[in-house]
Design a protein around this ligand. Structure first.
Ligand code: GGG
Length: 353
């Protein structure tokens, strides 16, 4: 009997509309012959909708999205919309309302891919970024706006409950990997209140995971190691802001943010989890078929893994590996592959079948 996966699709803004169809193409290829089929529902959310209606994400959109097994998101943000309207009203609202407290961001270096690193070595780590708290939760405000006396605050929220659950997820992830190593990234020498809560939580939860080794990096040191010695990392656990910045840097050092995938996960399955490329809407290249869909296709691999289709996920990951190797061979031969967004999707979909 055919089993149906109900997938909410939010292409969003800019290159989101170009990369999401490639993700869906590869998803369909990966499910061929598995007895699973995908039923998609498109959600017209983003800048165009906001201009038409003034709405970002309504309660009824949210209820409809909750009726799905998972979400595939492209990108959010457009220069024609005031900064923050879409990012907070759509992307962050989805993460908060659907309790995506784990933002999982793997980083792998594919040999031969151009990188700013002198000696990239073996890079294969995963960042577990807290997704519902920290500086991103909107706790703040402004008074005397526009005057020389303006006061603006953004208060970082770190709850014992929120920190413990994401730290526990990170330890579980570390335990499942070969290196079994966890690095806490924070800034507890300065951010003493939140930092000590994170540190104490890692110590306490870590006592239940004797097989996992643990170390600590201040965020500033972590950004340096990301350039000088990224191979030292296995699993990183960190807060919302530090994780956002560190994973963009990780994308840059491993060959570009066009390769970096992300899963916004509600591990308990109370709400659908959401899979997206780490990159944003890239308005400068939108509509030119220049966007690399690999990050979105990597997000599809994370989605498949999340819904229990480990075999299909592994085939998508292997097809990405093969495509990256083909790129490296072509570059080494002096004729780098020049392909449109859909040509990259076609090549990876063909390799998946
Ligand atoms: N594909 C996701 C996207 O559009 N990201 C843009 C963005 O504003 N990201 C901030 C974040 O991930 O917290």
């Amino acid at each position: 009997m055919t089993q149906t996966i109900k997938l909410a699709v939010i292409p969003g803004d800019g290159i989101g509309a170009e990369v999401v169809p490639e993700g869906l193409k590869v998803l369909a290829a990966a499910l061929e012959g598995t007895g699973l089929e995908v039923r998609t529902t498109d959600f017209d959310l983003g800048a165009a909708r906001w201009h038409r209606t003034g709405q970002t994400l309504t309660d009824s959109d949210l209820e409809a999205i909750k009726g799905h097994d998972a979400i595939l998101l492209g990108a959010v943000g457009d220069p024609s919309v005031p900064s923050g309207v879409l990012e907070r009203g759509l992307l962050l609202r989805l993460r908060f309302e659907l309790d995506h407290y784990v933002n999982l961001r793997p980083s792998t270096y594919y040999p031969g891919v151009p990188t700013p690193l002198a000696a990239p070595g073996d890079i294969d780590f995963v960042v577990v970024r807290e997704g519902t708290e920290g500086l991103y939760c909107g706790n703040g405000g402004a008074v005397r706006t526009g005057t020389p006396q303006e006061i603006a605050t953004e208060v970082s929220v770190n709850t014992a409950f929120g920190v413990e659950r994401v730290v526990r997820y990170a330890f579980d992830k570390a335990r499942s990997r070969a290196a079994k190593h966890l690095t806490l990234v924070h800034k507890h020498n300065v951010l003493v209140h939140a930092g000590h809560l994170w540190r104490r939580t890692v110590e306490a939860v870590g006592a239940e995971y004797p097989e996992v080794t643990v170390d600590y990096c201040h965020i500033d040191a972590a950004t340096i190691y990301m350039v000088t010695d990224p191979g030292r990392f296995d699993v990183i656990v960190t807060d919302n802001l530090f994780g956002d910045i560190l994973t963009d840097e990780a994308g840059a050092v491993t060959g570009g943010i066009g390769l970096s995938a992300s899963g916004n996960i509600n591990p308990e399955g109370a709400f659908p989890s959401m899979f997206e490329p780490v990159h944003g809407s890239a308005p400068d290249i939108a509509g030119k078929a220049l966007a690399d869909p690999t990050a979105t296709i990597g997000a599809v691999a994370l989605l498949l893994e999340h819904i229990g289709q480990a075999d299909a996920a592994a085939r998508v990951s292997a097809a990405i590996d093969a495509d990256m190797a083909a790129r490296a061979r072509a570059s080494a031969a002096g004729s780098p592959l020049e392909r449109s967004t859909s040509e990259v999707g076609d090549a990876i979909a063909a390799a998946v079948r």
